[in-house]
Design a protein around this ligand. Structure first.
Ligand SMILES: [Zn+2]
Length: 408
């Protein structure tokens, strides 16, 4: 290759880069070239962005409003301004800004979809469910890959307990995501479980059973589906099948096995096989040495058949793993009374629990920190599925020291 040819290629490349840069900066609108960078050169735009980063919403609104005052073309900034008003709770103002933007006949399809998305969020925020649904559906029509609009559609259906519709939207999201995603499977599992619950409530246990099985098939970690499947089967007098469903929960999700304890204990008794409950608890204890719930459940069962001393030993074992659990202490108090408050046993108990702070494990949402005394599957605050964990106040001693230190 000659030097001239090489130079020619370089010049062509350089020209291409320059044309690209110019195109990026200028945009043809209404037959005139608009400098898209001009806006960014005003101090108000930069200041507005800085305030936004600092989370100073009012100042950001002031500066961004000034930045847009002379330029009717500032679509992105107006869109952001509307969103900031929504965030401040001035949803009426947000709606009027976003609706105003939609009047612009020059919007591209994608721009139209994004403004509509903002408007949908305004409507959702202010409780106009039907208008929000309409806006998000229109976004998806204009931009079928718009995952954010689909997620919002799903949440709106969930808010109205339209589980089948929510599931169908989640399936569309799963297609967009392509490769099988555990989160999609989890959400679909919980939605199928809810469809089953609605069927069961309407008395259609046959369809309910099918949906609970489908929930487990799509994601075998869908804990409530096992519980509900057993309940529905029991309603159909299929006791053995119900036991099988609950036992499967204890195998697949041993951490959640305790949720099926009462059900299994009653079902075994109904089958004249109460000993199976003892076997189940012992096998869970052997599998997970830290498991205190199986010990507590077994102790409760042993107490019910007058085997108080064995129960007491198990409870002390359970306390060693979870010294602050109020439920265990309550069981201990019952057992001690049944044993006639034997002095040496009482002393052992008092010695073991001298530093304990009794509490009921609160359940906390890992996404938004919402607290609940009972285990929930759908968070009422952030509307996410399966986000609750038990919060242990493990450092009870440290807590006591801290409390004492902070006292005058
Ligand atoms: Zn939450």
């Amino acid at each position: 290759m000659t030097q001239y040819a090489l130079l020619g290629i370089l010049m062509t490349l350089l020209a291409g880069v320059l044309i690209g840069k110019t195109w990026e900066r200028y945009k043809l609108r209404d037959g005139r070239w608009v400098d898209r960078r001009r806006l960014r050169e005003t101090p108000h735009y930069m200041l507005g962005l800085n305030f936004l980063v600092d989370n100073q919403v009012d100042q950001a609104i002031d500066e961004l409003t000034k930045a847009t005052s002379g330029d009717t073309d500032a679509l992105e900034i107006r869109m952001i301004l509307g969103n900031l008003y929504r965030q401040k709770g001035q949803v009426g103002r947000a709606i009027s800004i976003h609706q105003g933007l939609l009047q612009n006949p020059q919007l591209t399809t994608l721009e139209h979809a994004y403004v509509l998305l903002c408007l949908g969020l305004d409507f959702r925020h202010s409780g106009f469910v039907d208008r929000a649904l309409e806006a998000f559906e229109e976004v998806v029509r204009l931009d079928p890959q718009n995952r954010y609009a689909l997620v919002n559609l799903q949440k709106l259906h969930e808010d109205q307990q339209q589980w089948a519709e929510a599931a169908s939207v989640r399936e569309q999201i799963a297609v967009i995501d392509g490769t099988p995603h555990p989160q999609n499977r989890q959400i679909l599992g919980f939605l199928r479980n809810e469809i089953g619950r609605a069927d069961a409530a309407a008395g259609d246990t046959r369809s309910a059973v099918a949906h609970f099985r489908a929930a487990i098939d799509v994601d075998r970690h869908t804990t409530p589906a096992y519980l509900n499947l057993g309940d529905a089967l029991l309603q159909r007098d299929e006791v053995a099948a119900a036991i099988e469903a609950w036992e499967r929960l204890t195998t697949v999700l041993p951490d959640r096995a305790y949720l099926a304890f009462d059900r299994l204990q009653r079902a075994y008794a109904r089958q004249n096989a109460p000993g199976r409950f003892v076997d189940l608890c012992q096998s869970l204890i052997a599998q997970q040495p830290h498991e205190w719930r199986a010990r507590q459940a077994l102790a409760k069962y042993l107490s019910s058949v007058e085997r108080h001393s064995e129960a007491f030993a198990l409870l002390l074992d359970a306390l060693a793993h979870h010294p602050h659990g109020l439920a265990i202490h309550q069981e201990v108090w019952r057992t001690l009374s049944a044993l006639g408050l034997d002095r040496t046993l009482v002393d052992r108990y008092v010695e073991l629990t001298r530093d304990a702070v009794f509490y009921l494990d609160p359940h906390v949402c890992v996404r938004c920190r919402y607290r609940s005394t009972e285990l929930l599957w759908l968070c009422p605050q952030c509307h996410e599925w399966n986000t609750f964990v038990e919060e242990r106040m493990a450092p009870a001693l440290a807590y006591a020291v801290e409390t004492m230190a902070s006292e005058p």
